[in-house]
Write a protein that binds this ligand. Structure first.
Ligand code: 5GP
Length: 187
């Protein structure tokens, strides 16, 4: 028999259900389409956490849209970023003259987003906007302006809908607090 997944105790409070996420993603797609009417937005997706969000967001945009991917590694610890980001995989295409939307899964301190906005801003896009599914409540120490925000969430380490703990749980359709081994919340 298959083991249950996720295991009992791995996920605590569910912050966002699948229905809540999907409803909000639809709204964001519509908003982006309205703001960029007549243009073809280029969604720049940061691997791996933003992949599920970007795939759904792209389908929520009722018009032409393109997607490209970038992989970065942050020189932080597992749960805290330093803001120094190394590009592991760069974009396939030039973004010069394009209307770029940078897609993130979560903005915590804002250091990663700030770094990437500066980096991409130097490549002469026609415009650049930031979109994050989640933004940490009361955070944003780096003062980054996120143009499209899915939800604000409290300060707990969350997984699901693309977000991982040690590469696991990305395939959960909802977002919940990780309370499993290594979280400090185990009993
Ligand atoms: P920032 O540079 O804004 O502090 O950190 C952003 C990155 O930290 C995110 O892209 C994500 O990889 C990671 N991160 C921050 N908070 C969480 C969280 O609650 N859960 C997961 N899975 N990753 C997080």
């Amino acid at each position: 028999m298959l083991d249950s997944y996720p295991k009992d105790g791995d996920i605590g409070e569910i912050y966002l259900t699948e229905a809540e996420i999907q409803a909000r993603v639809s709204e964001l797609g519509q908003q982006i389409a309205n703001d960029l009417a007549g243009e073809v937005p280029l969604l720049i997706t940061i691997l791996k956490g933003s992949v599920l969000f970007a795939a759904d967001l792209m389908r929520a945009i009722p018009g032409a849209v393109e997607i490209d991917f970038m992989a970065v590694s942050s020189y932080g610890t597992e749960t805290k970023s330093s803001g120094i980001v190394k590009i592991v995989k760069d974009l396939d295409e030039s973004i010069a003259g394009r209307h770029v939307i940078l897609i993130e899964d979560i903005v915590d301190s804002g250091l990663t987003m700030t770094y990437l906005l500066n980096l991409l801003g130097n490549r002469e896009p026609a415009s650049i906007r930031a979109c994050s599914l989640l933004v940490r409540e009361g955070q944003q120490a780096a003062g980054v302006k996120v143009d499209y925000i899915g939800f604000e969430i409290p300060p707990a380490f969350v997984v699901g809908y693309g977000l991982d703990y040690a590469q696991q749980f990305r395939n959960l359709p909802y977002i919940g607090v990780y309370t499993g081994p290594g979280s400090g919340a185990e009993h």
